[in-house]
Design a binder for this molecule. Sequence first.
Ligand SMILES: [Zn+2]
Length: 216
Amino acid sequence: MQQKLQNSKFELIEMHPKNTQSVIVSVGMNCVVFDPWGHADDWIEKLDKRGLKLQAIYATHGHPDHIACAPKLAAHYGVPWFLHGGDFRLVGSGNGLLEYFNLPPINVNDIHPTLLKIKKTEILPNLLMDVIETPGHTPGGVAYNFPNEKLMIIGDTLFQDSIGRYDLPGGNEKMLMQSIKNLYNLNLSDDTEIVHGHGMATNIKYLKENNPYFHN
Ligand SMILES: [Zn+2]
C-alpha cells in the first residue's frame, strides 16, 4: 500500500487463490478496481467493509485471470467494466483456467464489457489516466498510465525480467515487441512504478537494468 498524491491511493491486492495482481485505486471513499481476480464475494466483503464505493472496473486484457470477477462485481454494484474492444471475443473463453483455481466460469450471459476508450480520462476526481494500447499478448491489451502519480498498470505485456506469452490465441510476437518499444519510448521517469499482471511491482529503472526486452 502506498500513498501517491495526497488524494489518491493505489493498493496492490493479491486475492486468494494467489495468482493475479489486482489494484484498488481510491480517492476518498470512491474507488475503481483493475484486473479483479479471485472470488467476487471476497471483493464485495473487502470493499463494503471499508465503505468504498466502486465506480468502475478496468481490465488490462481479456484473459480470464484478469477479468475473473469483473462481470459479477459490475452486476452487484451496477457499474461498467471496461475492456478494449479487441479482447471482447476472449470473454468467456479459457474458463479451464478458472476451473483449475476452483473459481466460477465466466459465461456469455454475464454482464458484457463496456468499450474502453483510448484517451486520457479523469477516472476519479483529479485522477487522470492514460490508456495506452499494447497489443501482442492479446489483441486488445492496454496499459493504464497515471502520469501525475508516476505509476503504470501494465498487465501481462511485460514482467519483471521477461515478457508475456504471445503463443496464446490472438497473441502476436511482432506486435508485442513493438508495444514494449512504444512503452519504452514513453520515456517515463526511472522512479515510475510498474505494476505487472503477475509478480512483484518494479519500476522503470529496474526494467531498464534487468529486463532484456525493455529497450528502444
Ligand atoms: Zn494474460
